[in-house]
Design a protein around this ligand. Structure first.
Ligand code: ADP
Length: 510
């Protein structure tokens, strides 16, 4: 951000860049180098209060516009995301440490979401539904829900904000957004794009800061809908606060302890490739990353040898270098957590196969000594043991190999033995095994002969069990940010009722 002014960056509230109530600031740091990328004012509950008031005030006028006029604003954002993909991809990589192809993919995915949302404005919005009564026209219509609060994580710092906000805005809601504290620079750029595109004052507001600002959005009763993507811990707190509150709702997408089943009939080239991608891409810091590989005993030894070889060799390094496969972890406390889980696994008695938790000095690129480096940690464990390391989400390149004997039912039983249910995959050449997995794996996103990462916006995205509730992301977010109205119009002068219900009014005299 060297070309930016020295002043701390501001929030964007009610059409103005504002320092907010507090003079306190925080900085964004490059996780690969420790370099400071920018300084930002730290939002307070009072700043959130102002942002919600602005969003509430702008709502009636925004919802009164046509879908297509609202979408026009978003098309400008789409073109900017497309035109600036390489530049923004590099910023994503510098701020969150994902290797450069992932940085760019983050921006491309954001563009896809905006394209979907703005394109959808010209599509039918609801259904024409038959009525039992010929004289009645019945429709399912959608209405915006009002002020939508968006709370986003650092690992997809451009894509996830648009997953939340693009459809919400086109549908006629107004937005208060709190970007992740680790990636405020990406937040700033997204806000600038919205401003450049001419989003009317108050329709889009951003307050930078930490969990207290996020919590203030959750606690404000004027915010009808919370879209949250982040940790299970915070997501469940939000659910507890909003659960049962009339008129308020939350769509939540949290973590996972995602598994890949590799059966006796697997093509091992596909299995190894899928497992390495799923476990180590983004340094294991995707909510869909895989930390459990459930491998049939007939192919176990060969799979293990090939997977371990790659885990030993996978290129950790400067995320801006095209030859890097894994960048750093996001921040030091997270590095400590990943290290603690490696220690825990050892204490729990697993057999460690690869431990690159502490990389050798020559594996760390010059000038990157202050990065939060870690390499793969791979072990084998008993699939039936009640271990924390095989059941709790680490959010790092921490992978357990779980050997099983028996049929696909047994594999899926092990696969489902976690409290989470976000993503998973099966690798097999037998369609019956694949179909069994498809029908019985307890996940929201399931893949066959593929990694369990790699969502596309035109598919639903969300989890089951502890991983989520509703869908704050991709196309199904429309369900979270709209109310459906069942609308019935009578074209007759007579009132006729369905189900044979009498419409006659009977009096004492009848
Ligand atoms: P992660 O572990 O991926 O950083 P978090 O759940 O901690 O996930 O953070 C995701 C988002 O939630 C961030 O924008 C963060 O500031 C915000 N957040 C953290 N705590 C709270 C809270 N108590 N209420 C609302 N938002 C919060």
């Amino acid at each position: 951000m060297s070309d930016q002014p020295e002043e701390p960056h501001r929030h964007y509230v009610d059409g103005e860049w504002t320092a907010g109530e507090s003079e306190e600031t925080f900085v964004s740091q490059n996780p690969a180098t420790g370099e400071t990328l920018g300084e930002f004012y730290q939002g307070t509950p009072a700043d959130v209060e102002r942002a919600v008031s602005a969003a509430e005030g702008a709502y009636e006028e925004w919802r009164a516009m046509s879908y297509i006029d609202r979408a026009e604003v978003l098309w400008d954002v789409y073109h900017e995301l497309r035109d600036r993909t390489d530049e923004l991809g590099e910023i994503v990589t510098r701020e969150c440490g994902k290797e450069i192809s992932e940085g760019r993919a983050d921006v491309v995915e954001a563009a896809h979401m905006v394209e979907w949302a703005a394109g959808n404005a010209r599509h039918p919005h609801g259904d024409v539904v038959p009525s039992e009564i010929a004289a009645k026209d019945a429709y399912m219509r959608r209405k915006p829900r009002g002020v939508v609060g968006c709370i986003t994580p650092w690992n997809f710092p451009v894509a996830i904000p648009f997953w939340h906000m693009a459809v919400a805005l086109v549908e006629g809601n107004t937005v208060v957004w709190k970007p992740a504290e680790q990636t405020p620079w990406c937040g700033q750029i997204v806000a600038e794009m919205m401003v450049d595109a001419g989003v009317p004052d108050g329709v889009f507001n951003v307050v930078q800061g930490f969990g207290d600002a996020g919590n203030a959005i959750v606690e404000d009763e004027r915010v009808s809908t919370i879209l949250f993507t982040g940790s299970a811990e915070v997501g469940h707190k939000i659910d507890e606060k909003l659960g049962g509150v009339p008129g308020r709702d939350a769509a939540l997408e949290m973590g996972g302890k995602n598994g890949i089943v590799i059966t006796a009939n697997a093509d091992l080239d596909i299995a190894v490739h899928s497992a390495v991608m799923s476990s180590f891409k983004t340094t294991g810091q995707r909510c869909v990353s895989s930390e459990r590989l459930i491998v049939h005993t007939d192919v176990y030894d060969e799979f293990k040898e090939r997977f371990v070889d790659l885990a030993e060799d996978v290129a950790v390094g400067d995320p801006l270098d095209e030859d890097t496969f894994m960048g750093p972890l996001i921040e030091n406390p997270h590095r400590v957590k990943v290290e603690e889980y490696a220690d825990l696994a050892r204490e729990e008695g697993v057999n460690v196969l690869v431990d690159r938790t502490d990389l050798d000095a020559d594996e760390i690129p010059d000038g990157h000594e202050d990065g939060h480096w870690v390499g793969p940690f791979v072990y084998e464990a008993d699939p039936d043991a009640d271990l924390r390391c095989t059941h709790e989400e680490v959010f790092g390149p921490h992978v357990g190999l779980l050997e099983y004997d028996g049929d696909i039912e047994r594999a899926v039983e092990i696969h489902n033995d976690t409290q989470y249910g976000l993503a998973g995959a099966v690798v097999s050449e037998d369609y019956r095994e694949i179909n069994y997995y498809r029908d019985h794996a307890e996940v929201g996103l399931a893949y066959g002969n593929l990694p369990c990462i790699g969502a596309e916006v035109q598919l639903p995205f969300g989890g089951v069990k502890k991983s989520g509730k509703g869908s704050p992301s991709a196309r199904e977010v429309i369900e979270a940010v709209t109310e459906r109205t069942a609308w019935t119009l009578n074209n007759s002068k007579d009132i006729q009722m369905a189900q044979g219900l009498s419409a006659d009014i009977k009096t004492e005299e009848d």
